[in-house]
Design a protein around this ligand. Structure first.
Ligand code: ZN
Length: 256
């Protein structure tokens, strides 16, 4: 084969790879998934080859929290500051995106806070019991891309939770563009005072179910009023993936 022909064939091959890559990426991004029927959690892996871990993974989330081994773990250091936020209904949950600057440190690794969002009922269960809701604070290590998600169970109490009031008052009923919150959010007030936690290595609880998440589930729930819970469940009645097998993974509880 002449060199020029060879180069032409190589160029065509590279172009095909690029086109296939673009098509494949678009395909996965356009795949609809949900929590019901043939788009529900049992079918996520069948919706796209990029979602195969949802069925084939060995470190999936959420899990049922039981029989955790108590150890004196390092604390989670929260470095949360007041931040402007935007609230968006992304079709799967209500998510609050925050400005850069807040982070946690866990086991010597800094994870930047990106956003927090809600599930109803809770995704993690404790001894088989779900709470009405769960909030996930999603953090990323900018060096490795690994995530650390702080989960907090949300129970029903008598009074409205003032720290979350602005967020629950601003939840958009329809999917659409992010809306700015009127005032900065006091992020630290969104956490319980007691921060003992469970931890295990797991995954995103939504497609593509990537196994890149250090889960840090605080064991003190927060309380919301029935009206606050309804403000979310009127929009998303059931957006929780069922619990997944723990398998051989360590489930640890910080004994403080
Ligand atoms: Zn979540």
């Amino acid at each position: 084969m002449k060199n020029r022909t060879c180069l032409a064939l190589l160029a065509i091959a590279l172009m095909n790879i690029a086109l296939f890559g673009a098509w494949y990426g678009a395909l996965a991004a356009d795949v609809h998934w949900g929590y019901d029927g043939d788009e529900g959690p049992a079918f996520w892996a069948a919706l796209s080859p990029e979602y195969s871990l949802c069925a084939d993974g060995s470190a999936q989330s959420p899990v049922d929290i039981r029989d955790a081994s108590a150890l004196d773990l390092v604390d989670i250091e929260f470095h949360y500051s007041d931040t402007p936020g935007t609230v968006v209904n992304n079709g799967h949950t209500i998510q609050v995106d925050v400005a850069a600057g807040s982070h946690i440190v866990y086991n010597g690794i800094t994870y930047d806070l990106l956003q927090f969002h809600f599930h109803a009922p809770s995704e993690h269960t404790i001894d088989g019991e779900a709470a009405p809701m769960e909030v996930h604070f999603v953090h990323r290590d900018s060096n490795s891309g690994a995530l650390a998600v702080v989960g907090i169970l949300l129970a029903e109490g008598e009074a409205a939770n003032e720290a979350y009031a602005a967020v629950f008052a601003a939840m958009p009923a329809e999917a659409g563009e992010p809306r700015a919150l009127a005032a900065p959010l006091a992020l630290d007030a969104l956490l319980p005072h007691t921060r003992a936690f469970y931890t295990y290595q797991g995954s995103l609880t939504t497609p593509p179910c990537s196994e890149i998440v250090r889960w840090l589930l605080l064991d003190t729930p927060l309380e919301l009023s029935a009206e606050q819970i309804a403000a979310f469940t009127d929009i998303f009645a059931g957006n929780a993936r069922p619990v997944q097998p723990l398998g051989k993974r360590d489930l640890l509880r910080d004994s403080q």
